[in-house]
Structures are given as C-alpha cells and as structure tokens.
Design a protein around this ligand. Sequence first.
Ligand code: FPP
Length: 250
Amino acid sequence: MGPETPPPDLGIPPERMPRHVAIIMDGNGRWARRRGLRRVLGHRTGSRTVRAVTRECARLGIERLTLYAFSSENWKRPKAEIDYLMKLLREYLVKERREIMENNIRFRAIGRLSELPPEVREDLDRTVEMSRDNTGLILTLALAYGGRAEIADAARRVAEKVREGVLLPEDVDEETIREHLYDPEMPDPDLLIRSAGEMRVSNYLLWQIAYSEFWVTEVFWPDFGVEHLHEALRDYARRERRFGGLKEEE
Ligand code: FPP
C-alpha cells in the first residue's frame, strides 16, 4: 500500500496525515515491574508493539517511521539487560524479514552502528540490503543513537572536509549540517510520539525535531496499541503548524 491510498477508516484527510512519525518507546521496564516480571520481559513484549505499530503505519501509507530502539545512554544499563536487548534485536531482525518484505518496507538504521556487536551489525546490514529496493514505508531504527553525538559526528565530518579544502568555512550552513547527519535523506519528523508519560526528548533526533509536534501518552510501550497511534494521528491532524510564522489569515 503506497501513499496514494487514502488512510482507511481514520477520517483524516490525506494532507493532514504526518509523513514522518518518530517514536520514543518508553516504559518497558515499568510495565514488567508492575506485573512482577523481569524488566527484559517488558522489552520482549515491547518488540510485539513494534511489529503492530510498523504494520499499521505501512497500512496507513505513512512514509517514514523512526523508532528509538537503543540510545547511547542505554550502554550504562546492566550488561545482562544490554545483552538481552541485543539478542532481541537480532531475533527481531531475522524474524521480521518476511514481514518487512511482505509489507514492502525499506529497513534502515541510524546511530553509531560501529559500537554494536559485530553479529548485530551483520544482521542489520543484511536486512537493510535485502529491503533496499522496497518502495513502501521506510522503517528506521535508532541504535546506539544520541542526538548530540549525531550533530557532533556531522560537525566532525564537515571539519574534515574544510581541512581537505573541499568546503569553505563560510559555506557551512544548516543545509551542510543536515547533509552530514546519519541519514541525510531523512525529512524532519512531523509527529514525535512518546509512551510512558515523560515530558522529555531524551537526546532523540535533536536536529530533526526542531518543529515536530509532540504527543505523549501515559501508556507503557508494551500496552501501546494501534488505537493509541490513531489517537495521536487524529490529534496531530487537528493541530495548526506554523513553523514560527503566522497562520494565513493573521
Ligand atoms: C525503554 O523502556 C525502551 C528501551 C530501552 C528500548 C526499546 C526496545 C524495545 C521496544 C524492544 C526491542 C526493540 C526492537 C526493535 C526489537 P525502559 O526500559 O527505559 O522502560 P522504563 O523507563 O520503564 O524502565
């Protein structure tokens, strides 16, 4: 299903749909603890939500979905939890290949991917490669990702080009920075969703969310369902985006 198909049964005019949805998937640990379960079971259940939300975004003809799957700060967690998350990620990457291909999804990853264990990188590369010619939803996982690190990495590459004489300092502008982000083709998210109630950005897509609309739900990520995605989309469709300007009639 492509963007030309009108979103079914949501009642949102196509021009009011976000093109790019980004999500901070929070609350897996709390979800598990509330049930007396181990935190990692929250992550496992959260990976099911990833599947459901991805499928629904593809069905609705949304162009981009970018998920915060592992932040650079997550390296500070206990080794056992990190190992479990990496194992879950590999499982996901292998098991979801069929789903990705059947739904015409292009799979990508952003972040300091070289910090990931080699076997995770291999699975990542394979899934990216296999799905590169698909034409539907672009699903990006942010892994070993930090927004400040992304901007610093971009600044470093720009500085290298200046040193090489390929670029003049006076020519460095916002566009230059954007072109050196992890995925230069990524448009800014229109809608940023966060589960589990915290009102913060947690170092996610700092450059790209300058004018994104923020939508937060109290619901923990494992309990986040298609109905919550719909609620966020309906709310987004009602908002007036001004990008620092004025509405036309003002
Ligand atoms: C936050 O929950 C979530 C994460 C640290 C990682 C997100 C991972 C998943 C949704 C599962 C794996 C993903 C894929 C793509 C297979 P938290 O542990 O910070 O929750 P808490 O704040 O309640 O402790």
